[in-house]
Ligand binder design. Structure first.
Ligand SMILES: [Zn+2]
Length: 384
């Protein structure tokens, strides 16, 4: 009896550890920051950053077990840190599958680490084996945060939401919009797009690290382009005024989508081969093809994107992209909380403003890169 009681107690302790401690350990190991706040910038950069509309096209923060309304010592994004960075618009991108031994060359979908993450973080059973349910659950989390934020966090789903938000933005107010990393939540059926749209999702990429029923991924196995379903998906996305995000797409997929798209495209988080030559980043021709649709390219902060470890390296990539496609097509795409080591957290955006000033960009150009280009695209792409 005594032994049984001892065993039950040990099991209880294990469950408590698993529930409260493990998610924190897992996230701390995945989302590291090279330099912790506070961040110091020039007075000019600080003043300018306060006056910008800062818009970031990519953060995977909803994947982790954190209250995004509270400041955390782990990860990169939460409301207080977005407020300190003066972020006005934050894309919250939903990760629904991720292979083991993630790499930028070749990944098959035979393993899935998000299943384990869902278990460790206590996600509901419906999410354990369904990418669609994972996307819906993560979207619900953002809606709950917004509902409990006292109006500080709002979700934009339409052009009018965005216009209203920008016209009446209070200090410290942040707008989120929802996207998915890859078309995995479709689970191979275009009908599922309706449920995802209904959940507030307004952006979707054809692939994440692995190939999908829609298209081939840059780091997938077959490197193919759009499938027949993928062509129908492009048309359905455009009809619904959902934004197509070509981050992680294979070169063939990028070519296929840019050839048939009739609306501006986004690459939410990437680097450029011109400053950091690897298969994760875009070639000059790919930059041009996206810009030709009127779209924007979000430049990332992590080392695989920039081949550097600071804001200067990201600004170097921005300078290069601007030289290829002009100032109107370059934006921010941090990949915060995306299982990457970031040079700084979301409160550190003034460091990029500072680096852009030092690089010699004009105030007008900095406004465009830091957010106004994204505003333009959302005003064009989102539903009325
Ligand atoms: Zn990604």
């Amino acid at each position: 009896m005594k032994l049984l009681r001892g065993a039950s107690l040990a099991l209880l302790i294990l469950i408590v550890i698993a529930w409260f401690v493990l998610p924190g350990i897992v996230e701390s190991r995945n989302n590291k920051v090279l330099h912790s706040p506070p961040y110091h910038v020039s007075a000019a950069a600080e003043a300018l950053n306060k006056n910008l509309i800062v818009a970031d096209l990519h953060a995977d923060s909803l994947l982790w077990k954190r209250d995004l309304l509270k400041r955390s010592s782990r990860g990169h994004v939460d409301l207080p840190r977005l407020q300190e960075g003066n972020v006005a618009i934050q894309a919250f991108t939903l990760v629904t599958t991720s292979p083991r031994h993630l790499n930028i060359y070749k990944n098959s979908d035979s393993s899935d680490m998000i299943r384990w993450l869902a278990l460790v973080q206590g996600w509901p059973p419906r999410t354990w084996s369904s990418p669609k349910q994972r996307a819906l659950y993560e979207a619900e989390k953002l809606h709950n945060f917004a509902a409990n934020s006292g109006g500080k966090l709002v979700i934009i789903k339409s052009r009018s939401d965005l216009e209203r938000f920008l016209a009446a933005r209070q200090p410290g107010q942040v707008a989120g919009f929802l996207g998915t990393e890859g078309a995995q939540p479709l689970e191979g059926k275009l009908d599922n797009l309706n449920d995802l749209f209904f959940a507030g999702i307004r952006m979707m990429a054809p692939t994440h690290f692995t190939d999908t029923a829609v298209a081939g991924a840059a780091a997938g196995v077959n490197k193919r382009g759009l499938t027949d379903l993928g062509r129908r998906w492009v048309r359905a996305m455009e009809a619904k005024h959902m934004v197509i995000d070509l981050a992680h797409a294979s070169p063939a997929t990028l070519r296929d989508v840019t050839a048939i798209a009739t609306r501006p495209l986004i690459v939410s988080h990437t680097g450029v081969k011109g400053t950091c030559n690897n298969p994760r980043n875009l070639s000059d021709d790919e930059l041009r093809a996206v810009a030709k649709t009127g779209g924007v390219i979000g430049i990332g902060l992590w080392e695989t994107a920039t081949c550097g470890t600071d804001a200067r390296a990201a600004v170097k990539a921005m300078r290069y992209a601007v030289s290829i496609v002009s100032i109107d097509h370059v934006a921010l795409g941090s990949d915060f909380d995306g299982a990457v080591t970031a040079p700084f957290d979301a409160s550190g955006w003034p460091l990029v403003t500072d680096a852009l000033l030092k690089e010699g960009f004009s105030e007008q150009d900095i406004r465009k890169i830091m957010g106004e280009n994204v505003v333009r695209i959302l005003k064009t792409d989102l539903p009325e």
